[in-house]
Design a protein around this ligand. Structure first.
Ligand code: UDX
Ligand code: UDX
Ligand code: ADP
Length: 484
């Protein structure tokens, strides 16, 4: 028998493409995996000791496989033309201009990848949508490929990735499910089977779900919308808790005990961030509007509105607590990433909170264990359009914000500060020496915990005035003007 070595190529070496391909390479020694990207610096980083993304466990996996059956290359065309299965994992930011601006997905990168595949292919290919895309993107891609096909047979599959950052490796190793959508034709079913065979190296059959193309595409948008909705639901409750004296942690716990609801993903916070939730919901809203479903669109829009409300509410709480002004006051920001265990800052609530405080003329001293000074300065100076688009395609070099300093230590950040805000739930913030921090701060010293990581009682005993999301208010905060 002729067992041909399967070759996989993934276009896009980002947060999704990199880790996903590393795990495929780890689990499938008989498959050769090439990850390609137009960003040469990103590929160089993947080939170095300093990987371009921080993800627990990733480095180990990459070191085991790199050079064996896992390769990172900027020779996009070569690897695409040799591959049997091409994953497309390029970025799909929200459109900033033209039709659907602010809502629709910008498929520029996707389209150019598809055209490139059509240009360089010499053999049949399975093309897999990995990055989240609007429903019916597969159809558009199919058209681009088949209209330029030169007799080559393409099968399009949708195989959305459900990994969360910070836990990507564990999520990939033990997925709740793998979802594969394809055409209901014999050719489509054969392609589904080929991709199933890849995952079957480590995922049991009962966790591999196959559907039609549209169901797979929509399931990804729906899953992210449901997850974000849970957070907006609990965050909306947190405002009511503060107003009534209920404790959101107790409410979440009691509600989550209902097995129909479940205990996970019910942590109140300063707001959700990340590259997916807002973008995917905006996308869903746009798709609903285009399909004549304004009521459905309105329903999902509320999830984003509540998230924006939560971020604003936090800023207002800080300002109102501190005698209605933070002008020229030093405020320490602990945590800038959108969640713990990642250096990713895309859509992080910290951007809006910091901009809000800067708007009130605060001086910020920011510490995050994984986010660089450059990144923070970029996030705070650039407008949304710029940071939605890949850095390497940008020409302008960012200026720095004068009132912002980025430091490498929580104690440094809080020294002489009037208040501190915790915006990411890094484990290390639970075990800081808060007595020492208190002694080095201006008095009264305020803590605004946007992630409910500190022990309020202990901090109050030390002398802090403490605000935690959705918790009974300090008498001090109760006397301050109501927060909108
Ligand atoms: C999400 C989905 O979880 C994942 O399945 C999908 O593939 C991509 O989008 P990610 O954005 O990486 O993953 O992280 P996630 O853990 O979902 O957190 C998103 C945001 O919600 C973070 O800002 C997080 O802090 C916040 N969050 C999460 C809460 O505020 N409360 C919670 O209870 C859970
Ligand atoms: C509900 C709560 O479930 C229960 O915990 C509370 O004490 C009282 O209110 P009940 O109204 O008796 O109980 O029935 P439930 O099974 O929750 O169904 C409520 C409605 O939702 C029904 O009309 C049901 O048909 C509908 N439903 C339920 C759906 O349409 N889809 C579902 O997936 C579940
Ligand atoms: P995600 O979080 O979805 O993985 P990223 O922005 O981290 O998104 O990664 C997407 C990657 O895709 C970027 O590194 C970008 O340079 C790359 N990319 C975009 N368009 C192309 C293309 N046409 N060919 C190759 N790589 C591309």
């Amino acid at each position: 028998s002729s067992i041909k070595m399967v070759k996989i190529c993934c276009i896009g070496a980002g947060y999704v493409g990199g880790p996903t391909m590393a795990i495929i390479a780890l689990k499938c020694p008989s498959i050769q995996v090439a990850v390609v990207d137009i960003s040469v610096s990103r590929i160089n980083a993947w080939n170095s000791d300093q990987l371009p993304i921080y993800e627990p466990g990733l480095e180990d996996v990459v070191k085991q496989c790199r050079g064996r059956n896992l390769f990172f290359s900027s020779d996009v065309e070569k690897h695409v033309s040799e591959a049997d299965i091409v994953f497309v994992s390029v970025n799909t930011p929200t459109k900033t201009q033209g039709l659907g601006a602010g809502k629709a997905a910008d498929l520029t990168y996707w389209e150019s990848a598809a055209r490139m595949i059509a240009d360089v292919s010499k053999s049949d290919k399975i093309v897999v949508e990995k990055s989240t895309v609007p429903v019916k993107t597969a159809e558009a891609i199919e058209k681009i490929l088949t209209h330029n096909s030169k007799g080559i047979n393409y099968q399009i599959l949708s195989n959305p990735e459900f990994l969360a950052e910070g836990t990507a490796i564990q999520d990939l190793l033990h997925p709740d499910r793998v979802l594969i959508g394809g055409r209901e034709t014999p050719g489509g079913q054969k392609a589904i089977q080929a991709l199933k065979d890849v995952y079957a190296h480590w995922v049991t059959e009962d966790r591999i779900i196959t559907t039609n193309l549209w169901s797979a595409e929509l399931s990804k948008l729906a899953a992210n919308a449901f997850l974000a909705q849970r957070i907006s639901s609990v965050n909306a409750m947190s405002a009511l808790c503060e107003a009534t004296g209920a404790d959101v942690t107790e409410v979440s716990f009691a509600v989550g005990k209902d097995t129909r609801i479940g205990p996970k993903f019910l942590n109140a916070s300063v707001g959700f961030g990340g590259s997916c939730f807002q973008k995917d919901i905006l996308n869903l809203v746009y798709i609903c509007e285009c399909n004549g479903l304004p009521e459905v669109a309105e329903y999902w829009k509320q999830v984003i509105k509540v998230n924006d409300y939560q971020k604003n509410r936090f800023v207002n709480r800080v300002v109102s607590s501190m005698f209605n002004t933070v002008s020229n006051k030093k405020i320490a920001i602990l945590g800038f990433a959108f969640k713990k265990d990642t250096g990713d800052t895309r859509e992080t609530p910290a951007i809006d909170v910091c901009k809000g405080l800067l708007g009130d003329k605060a001086r910020l001293s920011i510490y995050d264990p994984q986010v660089t000074d450059d990144q923070i300065q970029r996030d705070l100076t650039m407008n949304k359009f710029d940071w939605d688009h890949p850095i390497h395609l940008q020409l302008a070099s960012p200026t720095t914000v004068k009132q912002v300093s980025v430091v490498w230590d929580a104690y440094e950040a809080t020294k002489d500060a009037h208040g501190l805000c915790i915006l990411t739930e890094w484990d290390e913030f639970k075990t800081l020496d808060y007595k020492r921090i208190y002694n080095n701060m201006q008095k009264p010293a305020f803590v605004f915990d946007g992630r409910n990581v500190v022990n309020m009682e202990q901090l109050r005993e030390i002398g802090f005035i403490v605000y935690s999301i959705g918790k009974p208010l300090d008498p001090w905060l109760k006397d301050m003007p109501a927060v909108a």
